[in-house]
Design a protein around this ligand. Structure first.
Ligand SMILES: *Cc1c(COP(=O)(O)O)cnc(C)c1O
Length: 356
């Protein structure tokens, strides 16, 4: 089923639709070569004597095969980027005409959607979440105009930690002619199903995942975007040719091909969920803690009296949390990542001293 209102040709920028993408040496010859003299590489070796002298696969086919299995999404519907941030950047470049198009965000939410909009000179319409941090679907749908290209939905949402209602998200996907991005960076910690299961049903749906959180690979910078093959083709046509280094492809393949690593990831997610419950219960013992919001992520948003001064006292003790007090609807709130059991105990003990 195609989303009836959505027409990709109307959403993509005209210059991008007409673009003739850069063709790499790797694109122009794909067989195995006896002598490879087509890419101006150093033919001997990398200077460390290893094999990094050759350009990597620009399409990351081997890695995509592993990701496809892991996520149950076919390779043609996968884009791999230098973190989710690259995917965010490329969505603007592909679909948003600078100084003319606009996008919708739902604050309080992840800051990169707005920063990237500003970078691309794309107007950012804000439709606040409701007081229980859910989507105001009617206002969102009413805010769409002929120049609205993307609606950004983060679920579970950062910094509020909660998952957004599936029926609300569906209402927006089904009733809009623009691209709807669901950023599911924290999906591994959530009790909700991923929207990747609905990719075949909705041609305007884009889902983003990352290896930076539950997979413990923030350092290697590897993000995933899932969408129709048509949308992925457009994104591939404008990405930097070799956007994922050979080192990262090699390393991710090794990590993700090992069943023991997958098992450990699942175990650590379980442990984080247990710690989330334990830490939340302990924090609620403090009379200064006003509220802890429902979490579907590996962090909690805690409303606490004098949040700024609590934050500063924690910093003095070497414990760093994120002060979100300045964020709309998050007054006097700290965003706390769930740490190891030892780190969480240290946090609670330090807070006990500070609040005494
Ligand atoms: C952490 C996070 C990401 C991950 O970004 P990467 O660039 O993949 O590290 C994406 N979206 C949200 C909302 C996040 O909090």
């Amino acid at each position: 089923m195609n989303t009836s209102k959505f027409n990709l040709q109307k959403v993509v920028r005209k210059n991008i639709a007409a673009l003739k993408p850069y063709s790499t040496a790797r694109d122009e010859y794909t067989g195995t070569a006896l002598v490879q003299l087509d890419a101006n590489e150093n033919p001997y070796s990398s200077i460390d004597g290893k094999h990094y002298n050759r350009y990597p696969d620009p399409h990351q086919l081997e890695l995509k095969q592993v990701v496809a299995k892991l996520k149950g999404v076919s390779e043609s519907k996968i884009f791999l980027g230098n973190g989710s941030d690259e995917a965010i950047h490329l969505l603007y470049a592909a679909f948003c005409e600078p100084a003319s198009d606009n996008i919708i965000i739902c604050p309080p939410t992840y800051g990169m959607y707005q920063v990237s909009a500003d970078t691309h000179n794309v107007a950012c319409k804000e439709v606040r979440l409701t007081s229980d941090f859910q989507l105001d679907t009617d206002s969102i749908l009413n805010s769409i105009d002929a120049h609205t290209k993307i609606i950004w939905i983060c679920s579970p949402n950062n910094p509020t930690a909660n998952a957004l209602h599936t029926k609300d998200i569906l209402k927006i996907i089904e009733n809009s002619a623009c691209i709807v991005v669901i950023d599911e960076a924290y999906i591994d910690y959530s009790s909700q199903e991923s929207f990747t299961a609905l990719l075949d049903r909705y041609s305007n749906l884009v889902v983003m995942h990352t290896f930076s959180k539950a997979w413990g690979l923030a350092n290697i910078r590897l993000g995933m975007m899932f969408a129709s093959a048509e949308i992925i083709n457009i994104i591939n046509s404008i990405k930097l040719p070799y956007n994922i280094s050979g080192l990262v492809q090699e390393y991710a393949l090794e990590v993700l091909s090992n069943p023991a690593h997958i098992a450990l990831k699942n175990k650590l997610v379980e442990e984080t969920l247990q710690q989330r419950k334990k830490l939340s219960a302990e924090l609620l013992q403090f009379s200064d803690v006003v509220k802890i919001y429902e979490s579907d992520a590996n962090f909690i948003l805690v409303t606490i009296k004098n949040a700024r001064s609590v934050y500063e006292s924690l910093v003095k003790q070497g414990i760093i949390v994120r002060d979100r007090s300045g964020v709309i609807l998050c007054e006097n709130s700290l965003r706390i990542t769930i740490g190891t059991p030892e780190e969480n105990i240290l946090l609670v003990n330090t807070l006990r001293e500070i609040l005494a």
